[in-house]
Write a protein that binds this ligand. Structure first.
Ligand code: GDD
Length: 401
């Protein structure tokens, strides 16, 4: 159970919770929450897990797909290379094979498919488009695509799992952790964010079980700073500012705004603070404000081992995160000066530029959106649960010709 919950306006941010047993025994304990597996199963059936992928090793992607519990639907949104050798083609073939063997429901699409761009354009949602045609590069852009597909399947919960994970068993745990969070939630507007217990690194030929990544430590510090300066009481409640592994209810997904690329996760908080935080006067969503928005932070049992990227990538993520803080309505001159100090040489211009913010997706007619993809988008395929590969709905033009 969380020991403490910080109430910040309409937000209820629960302190980190730990997994005591992945599979528990059903004993009552006032300090721990036991969640029966049939309740978890019920949530899994109503969940889609989105896997954003860009040029990862197909082996890793396959491990992730195999680890996602069967009851969930899987949505792979790829931005991988299409030139020879066509990485997306390999991913799609692997997905088809995975479905053939497991019969799990899987949807797959390429982010740069021009028909996907047109479907967004038709939906009047063009902030993620480049020159109103194709979707820009970026992880958030892939995630938004995935969320619309999840909605078209009528899912109540949407989760994310990165494709570069070396430990498939950890992915299985993440999905169960999401479901556990939703079983504890009392609000239809809720989010579960995971904190990796360790992120091991090789140091002097030995594994070192590091607890914090550089970016996440700094992002959390500044997000907490925003809350502290507004309430007047210092807090360190937030430990999941960058949580790539997170899940949310579709009702919350519908009302959030999204920052682009790697800023999406820290911006979840900034958007929520600006709209539902303490002292906000112009409440746009009265129902969510009155009901309350719950945020669970769960420390995983498994360590997280993924592809390591260089300093340039890490600096980009830090800049993306602190830009969101800098431009938050809650940010005062003091916090702004601290952000500038923190960014130092990483900052190329005088001031952090504003993130492009993509509006809520709640008003998009998802059936029309998917209707435009089916029968048109060359890269889109939907392999339905239990139907077998032979009757999968595929749009590949060469197949139709
Ligand atoms: N569809 C799509 N489009 N996927 C992308 C893109 C893109 O343009 N760019 C990256 N991805 C995929 C990657 O292939 C991977 O599966 C996932 O998004 C995460 O990207 P990484 O580049 O591996 O990010 P990271 O490991 O440094 O950071 C991750 O963890 C952070 C901390 O939790 C990301 O999930 C961050 O968003 C997160 O803050």
């Amino acid at each position: 159970m969380p020991r403490h919950t910080e109430i910040f306006g309409s937000l209820k941010i629960h302190e980190v919770q730990r997994i005591l047993k992945v599979d528990s025994g059903g004993f009552a304990n006032p300090r721990a929450k036991d969640i029966p597996f049939d309740e978890i199963k019920d949530v899994l059936r109503r969940t889609a897990i989105i896997v954003p992928v860009k040029d990862e090793r197909t082996h890793l992607l396959e491990g992730v797909l195999r680890a996602i519990p069967f009851d969930c639907s899987i949505i792979v949104v790829s931005n991988s290379k299409r030139e020879t050798p066509d990485v997306y083609r390999m991913e799609k073939d692997m997905v088809a094979k995975h479905h053939d063997l497991t019969q799990q429901e899987v949807l797959v699409i390429h982010q740069k498919d021009p028909d996907l761009g047109s479907a967004f354009y038709e939906a009047g949602y063009n902030t993620l488009l480049d020159r109103n045609t194709v979707i820009r590069d970026g992880k958030a852009e892939g995630m938004i695509t995935g969320m619309l597909l999840a909605k078209s399947l009528g899912k109540d919960f949407i989760g994310f799992a990165d494709a570069d994970n070396y430990i498939p068993g950890s992915v299985r745990e993440y999905v169960l952790d999401y479901a556990a969070g939703f079983c504890m939630s009392k609000s239809p507007y809720s989010m579960v964010r995971l904190h990796w217990r360790y992120k091991p690194k090789v140091v002097e030929e030995r594994l070192y079980f590091q607890k914090w990544g550089r970016v996440s430590e700094i992002t959390n510090k500044y997000l907490n700073f925003l809350i502290s300066t507004r309430t007047g009481f210092e807090t360190n409640i937030l430990i999941t500012g960058n949580a790539g592994e997170h899940a949310l209810t579709t009702e919350l997904a519908d009302i959030l705004s999204y920052a682009r690329d790697y800023a999406i996760e820290p911006y979840h908080f900034i958007g929520l603070f600006d709209e539902f935080g303490l002292g906000v006067e112009d409440i746009t969503n009265v129902d969510a404000a009155n009901t309350g928005i719950e945020i669970f932070q769960i420390e995983t049992l498994n360590p997280h081992i993924h592809e390591e990227r260089g300093d340039e990538h890490v600096n980009k993520m830090l800049l993306n995160a602190l830009q969101t803080v800098y431009h938050s309505k809650l940010c005062n001159d003091y916090v702004r000066s601290k952000v500038l100090e923190e960014l130092g040489d990483i900052l190329k211009d005088d001031m952090p530029s504003k993130n492009i913010v993509m509006p809520p997706i709640g008003n998009i007619d998802v059936q029309k959106f998917v209707g435009l993809l089916e029968g048109n988008a060359e890269t889109f395929a939907r392999f339905e649960q239990g139907l077998g590969a032979a009757v999968a709905i595929e749009n590949e033009r060469e197949k139709r010709e």
